[in-house]
Design a protein around this ligand. Sequence first.
Ligand SMILES: *Cc1c(COP(=O)(O)O)cnc(C)c1O
Length: 406
Amino acid sequence: MAESRDAHDDAPSTRQIHHGYVPPAGFAAVAPAMHRASTVLFKDVAAMRASSWLDKDTYTYGLHGTPTSFTLEARLATLEGGTHAMLVPSGLAAIALVDQSLLSSGDTVLIPSNAYFPNRSLATHELARWGIVHRFYDPMDVESLRAALGEDVRLVWIEPPGSVTLEFPDLRALVRAVRAHAPRAVVALDNTWGSGIAFDAFDLEPGATPALGVDLTIHALTKYPSGGADVMMGSVVTRSQALHDQLALSHCRLGLGVGPNDVELVLRGLQTVALRYAAQDASTRRIARWALGRKEFARVLHPATPGSPGHEHWAAQCRAAAGLVSLEFDPAYAPERVERFVDDLRLFGIGWSWAGPMSLAVPYRAATDRVSSTVYKGTVVRLSIGLEDVGDLIRDLEAALEKLGA
Ligand SMILES: *Cc1c(COP(=O)(O)O)cnc(C)c1O
């Protein structure tokens, strides 16, 4: 667009829009600037014709990226040890993008039987309608994965630890099994719990050459990176240019852009993610230790706690353990009584999601909801530990147990 030679002749309304704007080159604020755009201007028609919406590395249209979203993508790639990242409107949208981009009719996807429920439900409902086959495997039994692998398998999901019941799988053994028995399959890991902090998904065995790791991670930025319980976003991170390009093409065709205000919130949250993760991890360990001493619980499900399913795999792989602990009540307590216990909590909110400032509690009937080698007989209450004083949280749990009675 040429500078108007007769700008002073333009109407005030026109001059509001064509007002000279100089980006503040010498303005060194700590926070990155927030850029909004649908339209991005080209200097002439030739430049417009030469650009491609499918090129996610330049600016073409707000939907496909702004300096602000590219900044967040770069920081997320760093956090998770990848080289490329892309943003989508939610963690679930990241799972859906990976499925839709990598799978065709006739292909098979393998999903852990204890995976995040919407991941399973996407496969059983949407993917099935498109002729994509799914098989569930028990992530705590590598033989079960091996038996499910075959020529038709294009994508294998891994989720450490399992949703709700928090069994921690042997990540190295699962990845090795896929490499050995389905070399063409992509390994995708849901990194929401680990957040790039608890373990290195792209480097599961430090020093190994070639590196032992997954091909891509998805991350519900809704959880730790945001930290505020106030924004929905997801990401897909890889170390592979080819895989990133394939995902970027689908991302572009599907129109999965994110809004600049949300990007700004996640950029802000990311600066304190390691501190919040460590604080929530420490409080959760204290609550897990407290729970081990209470007779009401048959089992304390928390990967860093001895006796929790897969604790030894957690110990061999991880530096940290996030802010989730699930309490399996003694089966003597009927589900209705356990649900009343949740209602009686004062400081724990009742609601979905986790990793926010407020602690949350959700009861699950794990005995009927799981397909796993680990058997659950009692009602499970999953606690997401927030940023409250941990002594207050324990007093609140004790008061609600008091009402539960013997
Ligand atoms: C919350 C969550 C998701 C989905 O994230 P949303 O942003 O809520 O869509 C995916 N995987 C895991 C393990 C989660 O906990």
